[in-house]
Design a binder for this molecule. Sequence first.
Ligand code: PBG
Length: 344
Amino acid sequence: MTDTKTERAANTRRADTYLSWQLRRPRRNRQSEALRSMVRETHLTAKDFILPLFVREGEGQRDAIDSMPDVFRLTPDLVLREAEKAFKMGIPAVILFAFVSPDKKDAKGSEAYRSDNVVNETVKLLKRELPELCVMVDIALDPYTDHGHDGVLCPKGRILNDPSCEVLGKMTLAAAEAGADFVAPSDMMDGRVGYLRRLLDSHNFQDVGILSYTVKYTSACYAPFRDALQSAPKIGDKKTYQMDPANVREALIEAKLDEDEGADMLMVKPAGLYLDVIAKMRQQTELPIAAFHVSGEYSMVKAAAQLGWIDGDRMMHEALLGIKRAGADIILSYAAPQIVPLLG
Ligand code: PBG
Protein backbone atom coordinates (compact mmCIF):
# COMPACT_ATOMS: atom_id res chain seq x y z
CA MET A 1 0.00 0.00 0.00
CA THR A 2 1.55 3.35 -1.00
CA ASP A 3 0.79 5.96 1.57
CA THR A 4 1.99 9.18 0.06
CA LYS A 5 1.69 12.58 1.72
CA THR A 6 -1.03 13.71 -0.67
CA GLU A 7 -3.03 10.58 -0.04
CA ARG A 8 -2.71 11.11 3.69
CA ALA A 9 -3.88 14.68 3.33
CA ALA A 10 -6.83 13.56 1.26
CA ASN A 11 -7.68 10.97 3.89
CA THR A 12 -7.62 13.58 6.63
CA ARG A 13 -9.95 15.79 4.63
CA ARG A 14 -12.24 12.88 4.02
CA ALA A 15 -12.23 12.17 7.74
CA ASP A 16 -14.73 14.98 8.16
CA THR A 17 -17.17 13.45 5.74
CA TYR A 18 -19.93 11.00 6.58
CA LEU A 19 -18.20 8.08 4.86
CA SER A 20 -15.15 8.20 7.07
CA TRP A 21 -17.32 7.69 10.14
CA GLN A 22 -18.40 4.28 9.02
CA LEU A 23 -17.45 2.15 11.98
CA ARG A 24 -18.13 -1.12 10.23
CA ARG A 25 -15.99 -1.84 7.21
CA PRO A 26 -16.36 -5.54 6.36
CA ARG A 27 -13.58 -5.21 3.82
CA ARG A 28 -11.04 -4.99 6.69
CA ASN A 29 -11.44 -8.73 7.19
CA ARG A 30 -10.80 -9.41 3.53
CA GLN A 31 -7.46 -7.64 3.16
CA SER A 32 -5.16 -10.63 3.09
CA GLU A 33 -5.34 -14.37 2.71
CA ALA A 34 -4.23 -14.61 6.35
CA LEU A 35 -7.32 -12.73 7.47
CA ARG A 36 -9.61 -14.36 4.97
CA SER A 37 -8.53 -17.79 6.12
CA MET A 38 -9.26 -16.88 9.75
CA VAL A 39 -12.79 -15.68 9.09
CA ARG A 40 -13.70 -18.38 6.57
CA GLU A 41 -16.94 -20.02 7.71
CA THR A 42 -17.13 -23.10 5.53
CA HIS A 43 -14.34 -25.53 4.72
CA LEU A 44 -14.41 -28.35 2.23
CA THR A 45 -12.25 -31.32 3.15
CA ALA A 46 -11.71 -34.80 1.77
CA LYS A 47 -13.82 -36.15 4.63
CA ASP A 48 -16.92 -34.43 3.28
CA PHE A 49 -17.13 -36.64 0.23
CA ILE A 50 -18.66 -39.87 -0.96
CA LEU A 51 -17.35 -40.91 -4.38
CA PRO A 52 -19.91 -42.43 -6.78
CA LEU A 53 -18.45 -45.19 -8.98
CA PHE A 54 -19.95 -47.01 -12.00
CA VAL A 55 -19.18 -50.72 -12.02
CA ARG A 56 -19.32 -53.04 -15.03
CA GLU A 57 -18.37 -56.67 -15.52
CA GLY A 58 -15.01 -57.79 -16.85
CA GLU A 59 -11.40 -57.07 -16.05
CA GLY A 60 -9.03 -54.25 -16.90
CA GLN A 61 -11.71 -52.32 -18.80
CA ARG A 62 -12.46 -48.65 -18.55
CA ASP A 63 -15.20 -47.08 -20.72
CA ALA A 64 -15.41 -43.35 -21.21
CA ILE A 65 -18.85 -41.77 -20.79
CA ASP A 66 -19.39 -39.13 -23.45
CA SER A 67 -21.64 -36.94 -21.34
CA MET A 68 -19.44 -37.18 -18.22
CA PRO A 69 -15.86 -36.10 -18.95
CA ASP A 70 -13.25 -37.73 -16.67
CA VAL A 71 -15.75 -40.28 -15.32
CA PHE A 72 -15.57 -43.92 -16.40
CA ARG A 73 -17.39 -47.21 -16.16
CA LEU A 74 -14.89 -49.51 -14.50
CA THR A 75 -14.47 -53.23 -14.02
CA PRO A 76 -14.16 -54.32 -10.36
CA ASP A 77 -10.33 -54.44 -10.41
CA LEU A 78 -10.20 -50.83 -11.62
CA VAL A 79 -12.92 -49.78 -9.17
CA LEU A 80 -10.60 -51.07 -6.47
CA ARG A 81 -7.75 -48.93 -7.81
CA GLU A 82 -9.95 -45.85 -8.02
CA ALA A 83 -11.31 -46.43 -4.51
CA GLU A 84 -7.79 -46.90 -3.18
CA LYS A 85 -6.64 -43.65 -4.76
CA ALA A 86 -9.63 -41.84 -3.26
CA PHE A 87 -9.15 -43.41 0.17
CA LYS A 88 -5.48 -42.38 0.20
CA MET A 89 -6.62 -38.82 -0.50
CA GLY A 90 -8.80 -39.01 2.61
CA ILE A 91 -12.16 -39.65 0.92
CA PRO A 92 -13.85 -42.01 3.39
CA ALA A 93 -16.61 -43.58 1.31
CA VAL A 94 -17.69 -44.76 -2.12
CA ILE A 95 -21.14 -45.58 -3.47
CA LEU A 96 -21.51 -48.18 -6.21
CA PHE A 97 -23.84 -48.12 -9.22
CA ALA A 98 -24.22 -51.04 -11.59
CA PHE A 99 -23.93 -51.00 -15.33
CA VAL A 100 -25.96 -54.02 -16.45
CA SER A 101 -25.91 -55.43 -19.97
CA PRO A 102 -29.34 -55.60 -21.67
CA ASP A 103 -29.42 -59.43 -21.64
CA LYS A 104 -29.37 -59.37 -17.81
CA LYS A 105 -32.28 -56.96 -17.45
CA ASP A 106 -35.84 -58.16 -16.85
CA ALA A 107 -39.16 -56.73 -15.69
CA LYS A 108 -38.46 -57.35 -11.98
CA GLY A 109 -34.77 -56.48 -11.99
CA SER A 110 -33.86 -59.90 -10.61
CA GLU A 111 -30.17 -59.37 -11.37
CA ALA A 112 -30.25 -56.73 -8.61
CA TYR A 113 -30.45 -59.33 -5.85
CA ARG A 114 -28.10 -61.97 -7.19
CA SER A 115 -25.41 -62.47 -4.54
CA ASP A 116 -22.66 -62.54 -7.16
CA ASN A 117 -23.80 -59.70 -9.39
CA VAL A 118 -21.11 -57.20 -10.34
CA VAL A 119 -21.87 -54.76 -7.52
CA ASN A 120 -21.90 -57.42 -4.80
CA GLU A 121 -18.67 -58.93 -6.14
CA THR A 122 -17.11 -55.46 -6.05
CA VAL A 123 -18.31 -54.91 -2.49
CA LYS A 124 -16.58 -58.14 -1.44
CA LEU A 125 -13.38 -57.12 -3.21
CA LEU A 126 -13.35 -53.64 -1.69
CA LYS A 127 -14.08 -54.86 1.84
CA ARG A 128 -11.34 -57.48 1.53
CA GLU A 129 -8.69 -55.10 0.18
CA LEU A 130 -9.74 -51.85 1.84
CA PRO A 131 -11.59 -52.83 5.01
CA GLU A 132 -11.47 -49.28 6.38
CA LEU A 133 -13.22 -47.79 3.35
CA CYS A 134 -16.96 -47.23 3.87
CA VAL A 135 -18.71 -49.01 1.01
CA MET A 136 -22.25 -48.02 0.10
CA VAL A 137 -24.58 -49.58 -2.44
CA ASP A 138 -27.26 -47.66 -4.28
CA ILE A 139 -30.53 -49.53 -3.91
CA ALA A 140 -32.95 -49.14 -6.83
CA LEU A 141 -33.99 -51.29 -9.72
CA ASP A 142 -33.59 -48.96 -12.70
CA PRO A 143 -30.19 -50.24 -13.91
CA TYR A 144 -31.58 -53.79 -13.69
CA THR A 145 -35.08 -53.50 -15.17
CA ASP A 146 -35.77 -53.76 -18.89
CA HIS A 147 -38.25 -50.84 -18.61
CA GLY A 148 -35.79 -48.62 -16.73
CA HIS A 149 -38.03 -47.83 -13.74
CA ASP A 150 -36.88 -47.98 -10.13
CA GLY A 151 -39.59 -50.44 -9.17
CA VAL A 152 -42.00 -53.08 -10.37
CA LEU A 153 -44.60 -52.07 -12.97
CA CYS A 154 -48.20 -53.21 -13.20
CA PRO A 155 -49.46 -53.96 -16.73
CA LYS A 156 -50.98 -50.47 -17.01
CA GLY A 157 -47.58 -48.93 -16.37
CA ARG A 158 -48.03 -47.83 -12.75
CA ILE A 159 -45.14 -48.45 -10.37
CA LEU A 160 -46.37 -50.72 -7.60
CA ASN A 161 -45.14 -49.47 -4.26
CA ASP A 162 -45.15 -52.44 -1.91
CA PRO A 163 -44.09 -55.13 -4.42
CA SER A 164 -41.21 -52.82 -5.37
CA CYS A 165 -40.18 -52.57 -1.72
CA GLU A 166 -40.06 -56.35 -1.53
CA VAL A 167 -37.58 -56.55 -4.41
CA LEU A 168 -35.56 -53.69 -2.92
CA GLY A 169 -35.49 -55.72 0.28
CA LYS A 170 -33.93 -58.68 -1.50
CA MET A 171 -31.39 -56.36 -3.12
CA THR A 172 -30.59 -54.82 0.26
CA LEU A 173 -30.03 -58.18 1.93
CA ALA A 174 -27.75 -59.30 -0.91
CA ALA A 175 -25.68 -56.11 -0.57
CA ALA A 176 -25.51 -56.53 3.23
CA GLU A 177 -24.44 -60.16 2.86
CA ALA A 178 -21.69 -59.05 0.45
CA GLY A 179 -20.43 -56.74 3.21
CA ALA A 180 -21.82 -53.31 2.34
CA ASP A 181 -21.51 -50.87 5.24
CA PHE A 182 -24.46 -48.79 4.09
CA VAL A 183 -27.32 -49.11 1.67
CA ALA A 184 -28.73 -46.06 -0.08
CA PRO A 185 -32.29 -46.56 -1.35
CA SER A 186 -32.77 -44.16 -4.27
CA ASP A 187 -36.15 -45.42 -5.44
CA MET A 188 -38.53 -43.08 -3.57
CA MET A 189 -41.08 -45.79 -2.72
CA ASP A 190 -43.17 -45.01 0.35
CA GLY A 191 -42.20 -46.82 3.54
CA ARG A 192 -39.10 -48.46 2.15
CA VAL A 193 -36.75 -47.09 4.80
CA GLY A 194 -38.77 -48.64 7.62
CA TYR A 195 -39.17 -51.85 5.67
CA LEU A 196 -35.45 -52.13 4.91
CA ARG A 197 -34.51 -51.26 8.50
CA ARG A 198 -36.70 -54.05 9.90
CA LEU A 199 -35.52 -56.48 7.28
CA LEU A 200 -31.85 -55.73 7.99
CA ASP A 201 -32.37 -56.00 11.75
CA SER A 202 -34.25 -59.27 11.50
CA HIS A 203 -31.36 -60.73 9.48
CA ASN A 204 -28.76 -59.63 12.00
CA PHE A 205 -27.55 -56.67 9.99
CA GLN A 206 -28.17 -54.12 12.75
CA ASP A 207 -24.89 -52.40 11.87
CA VAL A 208 -25.68 -51.85 8.22
CA GLY A 209 -26.76 -48.22 7.89
CA ILE A 210 -29.30 -46.53 5.67
CA LEU A 211 -28.50 -43.38 3.76
CA SER A 212 -31.92 -42.59 2.41
CA TYR A 213 -32.45 -40.65 -0.79
CA THR A 214 -35.09 -38.77 1.19
CA VAL A 215 -35.79 -35.95 -1.20
CA LYS A 216 -35.21 -36.91 -4.79
CA TYR A 217 -36.66 -34.60 -7.37
CA THR A 218 -37.81 -35.45 -10.90
CA SER A 219 -34.84 -33.69 -12.42
CA ALA A 220 -33.41 -33.13 -15.88
CA CYS A 221 -30.02 -33.38 -14.18
CA TYR A 222 -29.91 -37.20 -14.23
CA ALA A 223 -29.50 -37.50 -18.01
CA PRO A 224 -25.72 -38.19 -18.07
CA PHE A 225 -26.13 -40.82 -15.32
CA ARG A 226 -28.80 -42.61 -17.36
CA ASP A 227 -26.44 -42.37 -20.30
CA ALA A 228 -23.66 -43.95 -18.25
CA LEU A 229 -25.83 -46.85 -17.09
CA GLN A 230 -28.14 -47.00 -20.11
CA SER A 231 -30.95 -46.89 -17.58
CA ALA A 232 -33.33 -44.25 -18.95
CA PRO A 233 -37.01 -45.25 -18.54
CA LYS A 234 -38.34 -46.83 -21.74
CA ILE A 235 -41.95 -45.94 -20.97
CA GLY A 236 -43.26 -42.85 -19.21
CA ASP A 237 -41.32 -40.88 -16.64
CA LYS A 238 -40.59 -40.99 -12.91
CA LYS A 239 -43.06 -38.31 -11.82
CA THR A 240 -45.25 -40.68 -9.78
CA TYR A 241 -42.41 -41.43 -7.39
CA GLN A 242 -39.73 -38.74 -7.66
CA MET A 243 -40.73 -35.37 -6.25
CA ASP A 244 -42.03 -32.30 -8.04
CA PRO A 245 -39.20 -29.71 -8.23
CA ALA A 246 -41.75 -27.07 -7.18
CA ASN A 247 -42.18 -28.49 -3.67
CA VAL A 248 -40.33 -27.89 -0.45
CA ARG A 249 -42.88 -28.58 2.32
CA GLU A 250 -43.26 -32.05 0.85
CA ALA A 251 -39.50 -32.47 1.29
CA LEU A 252 -39.87 -31.82 5.02
CA ILE A 253 -42.62 -34.46 5.23
CA GLU A 254 -40.36 -36.99 3.49
CA ALA A 255 -37.55 -36.09 5.89
CA LYS A 256 -39.77 -36.65 8.96
CA LEU A 257 -40.96 -39.99 7.62
CA ASP A 258 -37.46 -41.27 6.85
CA GLU A 259 -36.22 -40.14 10.23
CA ASP A 260 -39.10 -41.90 11.99
CA GLU A 261 -38.53 -45.02 9.88
CA GLY A 262 -34.93 -45.26 11.04
CA ALA A 263 -32.74 -43.64 8.38
CA ASP A 264 -29.22 -42.89 9.62
CA MET A 265 -28.57 -40.09 7.12
CA LEU A 266 -30.87 -38.13 4.85
CA MET A 267 -30.10 -37.11 1.30
CA VAL A 268 -31.21 -34.26 -0.93
CA LYS A 269 -30.79 -34.72 -4.66
CA PRO A 270 -29.91 -32.88 -6.88
CA ALA A 271 -27.94 -30.53 -4.67
CA GLY A 272 -27.03 -27.21 -6.23
CA LEU A 273 -30.49 -26.34 -7.53
CA TYR A 274 -32.05 -27.27 -4.18
CA LEU A 275 -29.96 -25.38 -1.64
CA ASP A 276 -33.12 -23.99 -0.04
CA VAL A 277 -34.28 -27.55 0.59
CA ILE A 278 -30.97 -28.45 2.23
CA ALA A 279 -31.13 -25.33 4.40
CA LYS A 280 -34.72 -25.99 5.52
CA MET A 281 -34.01 -29.64 6.24
CA ARG A 282 -30.99 -28.59 8.27
CA GLN A 283 -33.35 -26.70 10.58
CA GLN A 284 -35.70 -29.64 10.97
CA THR A 285 -33.41 -32.60 11.58
CA GLU A 286 -30.42 -33.44 13.74
CA LEU A 287 -29.44 -36.28 11.41
CA PRO A 288 -26.50 -35.87 9.05
CA ILE A 289 -27.59 -34.49 5.69
CA ALA A 290 -25.98 -35.64 2.46
CA ALA A 291 -26.47 -33.94 -0.88
CA PHE A 292 -25.86 -35.47 -4.29
CA HIS A 293 -24.18 -33.15 -6.79
CA VAL A 294 -25.56 -35.26 -9.61
CA SER A 295 -24.31 -36.14 -13.07
CA GLY A 296 -25.96 -33.21 -14.87
CA GLU A 297 -24.64 -30.72 -12.34
CA TYR A 298 -21.17 -32.19 -12.79
CA SER A 299 -21.36 -32.28 -16.58
CA MET A 300 -22.66 -28.74 -16.95
CA VAL A 301 -19.52 -27.48 -15.23
CA LYS A 302 -17.30 -29.75 -17.30
CA ALA A 303 -18.95 -28.74 -20.57
CA ALA A 304 -18.66 -25.02 -19.95
CA ALA A 305 -15.03 -25.51 -18.89
CA GLN A 306 -14.28 -27.46 -22.08
CA LEU A 307 -15.65 -24.55 -24.07
CA GLY A 308 -13.28 -22.27 -22.17
CA TRP A 309 -16.17 -20.24 -20.77
CA ILE A 310 -15.45 -20.81 -17.10
CA ASP A 311 -12.62 -22.07 -14.93
CA GLY A 312 -13.81 -25.64 -14.32
CA ASP A 313 -11.97 -26.29 -11.06
CA ARG A 314 -13.01 -22.99 -9.52
CA MET A 315 -16.60 -23.46 -10.63
CA MET A 316 -16.76 -27.01 -9.29
CA HIS A 317 -15.24 -25.93 -5.98
CA GLU A 318 -17.72 -23.08 -5.66
CA ALA A 319 -20.65 -25.40 -6.43
CA LEU A 320 -19.54 -27.93 -3.81
CA LEU A 321 -18.76 -25.26 -1.24
CA GLY A 322 -22.24 -23.82 -1.71
CA ILE A 323 -23.78 -27.19 -0.96
CA LYS A 324 -21.85 -27.46 2.29
CA ARG A 325 -22.62 -23.85 3.22
CA ALA A 326 -26.34 -24.54 2.72
CA GLY A 327 -26.11 -27.17 5.46
CA ALA A 328 -25.00 -30.47 3.94
CA ASP A 329 -22.55 -32.51 6.01
CA ILE A 330 -21.70 -34.90 3.22
CA ILE A 331 -21.49 -34.45 -0.55
CA LEU A 332 -21.73 -37.17 -3.17
CA SER A 333 -19.62 -35.89 -6.04
CA TYR A 334 -18.04 -37.36 -9.15
CA ALA A 335 -15.56 -34.49 -8.93
CA ALA A 336 -14.25 -35.46 -5.48
CA PRO A 337 -10.93 -36.95 -6.72
CA GLN A 338 -10.39 -33.90 -8.93
CA ILE A 339 -11.20 -31.31 -6.27
CA VAL A 340 -9.73 -32.83 -3.10
CA PRO A 341 -6.08 -32.41 -4.23
CA LEU A 342 -6.81 -28.70 -4.76
CA LEU A 343 -8.12 -28.12 -1.24
CA GLY A 344 -5.67 -26.25 0.98
C1 PBG B 1 -31.35 -44.46 -9.68
C2 PBG B 1 -30.50 -43.31 -9.48
C3 PBG B 1 -30.41 -42.18 -10.33
C4 PBG B 1 -29.39 -41.40 -9.80
C5 PBG B 1 -28.92 -42.03 -8.65
N1 PBG B 1 -29.64 -43.19 -8.46
C6 PBG B 1 -31.10 -41.86 -11.59
C7 PBG B 1 -32.55 -41.73 -11.63
O1 PBG B 1 -33.23 -41.67 -10.61
O2 PBG B 1 -33.06 -41.75 -12.73
C8 PBG B 1 -28.88 -40.13 -10.41
C9 PBG B 1 -27.48 -39.77 -10.10
C10 PBG B 1 -26.87 -38.79 -11.02
O3 PBG B 1 -27.53 -38.23 -11.92
O4 PBG B 1 -25.67 -38.55 -10.85
N2 PBG B 1 -32.45 -44.61 -8.88
